[in-house]
Structure formats: structure tokens, C-alpha cells
Design a protein around this ligand. Structure first.
Ligand SMILES: O=C(O)CCC(=O)c1ccccc1C(=O)O
Ligand SMILES: [Mg+2]
Length: 330
């Protein structure tokens, strides 16, 4: 924060915890819980995944406070190109998924799902290529180096991949895949958003592209600063969601709008994965979303309010993460 850290009482006064049901299983979850904060500049979203520890989750709280107490940076554009996100579903469900992303010319396809094999990935990617010209894949670190080299060669045999996101889990593995397959661009996601030092993967030569997410990086201002540093290393960024509610998506759109360059479609189209959200954003058209201010709709909030024990759990987490931020002096 450039401003003072608000007190816990200020944070929790007006906070709402929601549980948004999902249409498709994603990252192994079928319901997404987040806490929404209300401050003088608007709303902010605090939604670190449940298994994250407090040190990591504190970045997400920093981001929520920044959004609600400081608001966005000046926008350089009003429309953000967005990719379709295709979960690890069977090829027969691809048309139904793509229909939620009207006009998208880029699709990101999840691969390397635990319990699935390369043939399933190939079938899914082939089905997507029938509808969308530009395809990237995301393995969420699920492959070894040898598996990644084999899978990426097979997945790019018919047509190039735009890039391969986090084919392996560790930085040395990404460096090795990049060395062995110089024709496939590698994007780092977890190696940036879950790293102590997000520049490490880039300095090591493990990434051509960086996936940047507002909340894990600690807010729009830090994201824009990191993008500047990355661009000094010749690495371009893709702004993506962390499976955010409409409040978090609006913050992601604001971050994408503030960047000097936006060469890739952003992964901000995940709102359609929820059967209920906290606000209705203008729909995707012609493969893009409008940059808008958003406030939760009271009736929509009421429909997704979390149970009292979950509210207590999230309030305790805010208290602990607030202590982390106070201790760090931010
Ligand atoms: O990038 C996208 O297209 C959507 C966002 C996405 O895939 C995602 C959403 C929540 C958690 C992890 C991820 C991921 O990129 O791995
Ligand atoms: Mg990813």
C-alpha cells in the first residue's frame, strides 16, 4: 500500500463472504469462495485458495485493500481481448464451452490433468482447433521434462501452439524444456505467482511469456511495475484471472487496461464458469470485454452468501493476513 494499512475493523466492516457454484470442475473445485471488501474507492476481492498459507495469502489481501482503498490506475484502453478457457473436459463438450466466449480467437486448453493421458489432451486440443485459430495450453506444472517434450511435440505437430503455460513445476525444468524445444514458447504462471521472486524464472531463462495475476502479485500497481521489469528482459505479459468473482475480474480488466502494451488475449473470461456471481458484467463480444467499474448487486450477493462457519473462517484469515501485512510494514 502506498497509503496507510486500514485496521482489521475497517476491513471487516462491510465485508461479505460468498460461495459461487461452478458449472464445470476447475482446479479440482466445484465452488469458489471469496471475501469481498468495501472501501472508500470501491470493492476489492480477497480469494486466496483455501490451501494457501498466510504469507502467500497476505499478497491477495494487499491487492484487495489496494482495489478498495486506492482504486485503479488510469486506463489506456477500454476493451480487453480475452481468451476462451477450456477445462480438462472431453472433446464432445468443447463446443458448449467455447459458446461461452463469443468471438474469442484465442483459446487456452487445460492439459496434463491428473488421471488423464496425452491422447485425451490431443483430442481436446484438436476439437478446439476446429473452432478457434489460436491455441495455447496450460499444464499447471503437471509434466516431467521428458513428458513435456513429448507432449508439446505432439500437440504442436499439426499447427503451432501460441505458447505452453507452466509445462513443468520447477524453474530448472522450464529452462530445460525451453532449451530442448526452442520452437515452442514457454509461459510461466505458478513460477511467477507463487514465487518469492517472480523475476527468478525469467533471469534463469525459463520463460518467453509471463502470466500475471493481480491478486497473487499484490495488486494492480505491483503487476504494472513487474510488467515493466519483465519487458526489460524481452518478456511480455498475459493478464489472467484466479477464478475471480465479477469484482476481481473488473480489477484484472483494470490492470490490463493500465499496461503500456497488451500483445496477448487475457485469461479474464472465467466468469462464465460460475452459475451465480456477485454482479453482472457486460458480456463478452467480438472476443473482448469492456473495462468497467463494478459493485456487487445486493440481491446477487444474498443468493451466494456463505454459511456462518465459512464467514468466521474467512474473517480469521483476514485477521492473520492483516498481521502479516502490518509486520511487513506495508
Ligand atoms: O488463464 C485463463 O484462461 C483462466 C485462468 C486460469 O486458467 C486459472 C484460474 C485459476 C487458477 C489457476 C489458473 C491457471 O492459469 O492455472
Ligand atoms: Mg496457469
Amino acid at each position: 500500500m502506498t497509503g496507510a494499512l486500514p485496521s482489521v475493523d475497517e476491513l471487516l466492516d462491510g465485508a461479505v463472504v460468498v460461495a459461487m457454484p461452478m458449472r464445470v470442475r476447475f482446479r479440482g473445485i466445484t465452488e469458489r469462495e471469496v471475501l469481498l471488501l468495501r472501501g472508500p474507492a470501491g470493492w476489492g476481492e480477497f480469494g486466496p485458495f483455501p490451501e494457501y498459507g498466510d504469507d502467500e495469502a497476505a499478497h491477495w489481501l494487499h491487492s484487495a485493500i489496494e482495489a478498495a482503498w486506492q482504486g485503479p490506475l488510469p486506463a489506456r484502453r477500454s476493451r480487453i481481448p480475452v481468451n476462451a478457457t477450456v477445462p480438462a473436459i472431453g472433446p464432445e463438450r468443447v463446443p458448449e464451452i467455447l459458446a461461452r466466449f463469443p468471438g474469442a480467437r484465442t483459446a487456452k486448453v487445460k492439459v496434463a490433468e491428473p488421471g488423464q493421458d496425452l491422447d485425451q489432451d490431443l483430442a481436446r486440443v484438436r476439437a478446439v482447433r476446429e473452432h478457434v485459430p489460436n491455441v495455447r495450453i496450460d499444464a499447471n506444472g503437471g509434466w516431467t521434462v521428458d513428458e513435456a517434450v513429448r507432449a508439446l511435440a505432439a500437440l504442436s505437430a499439426d499447427a503451432p501452439l501460441e505458447y505452453a503455460e507452466q509445462p513443468c513445476a520447477s524453474v530448472p525444468e522450464l529452462v530445460e524444456v525451453r532449451r530442448r524445444l526452442p520452437q515452442v514458447r514457454i509461459a510461466a504462471d505458478e513460477s511467477i505467482r507463487r514465487a518469492e521472486d517472480p523475476m527468478r524464472v525469467v533471469r534463469a531463462g525459463g520463460a518467453d511469456v509471463a502470466v500475471v495475476k493481480v491478486a497473487p502479485l499484490g495488486g494492480v500497481r505491483r503487476l504494472v511495475a513487474l510488467a515493466g521489469e519483465l519487458s526489460g528482459h524481452g518478456v511480455e505479459v498475459v493478464v489472467s484471472s484466479a477464478l475471480d468473482s465479477a469484482v476481481g475480474i473488473a480489477t484484472g480488466l483494470a490492470a490490463a487496461a493500465a499496461l503500456p502494451e497488451l500483445p496477448y488475449a487475457c485469461g479474464l473470461g472465467t466468469g462464465g464458469f460460475f452459475t451465480a456471481d456477485v454482479a453482472t458484467l457486460p458480456g463478452m463480444s467480438d472476443g473482448a470485454l469492456d473495462v468497467v467499474d463494478v459493485s456487487p448487486e445486493p440481491a446477487m450477493l444474498d443468493a451466494v452468501r456463505a454459511a456462518p462457519d465459512r464467514v468466521r473462517w474467512w474473517h480469521d484469515r483476514v485477521r492473520r493476513c492483516h498481521s502479516v501485512l502490518a509486520w511487513r510494514g506495508v
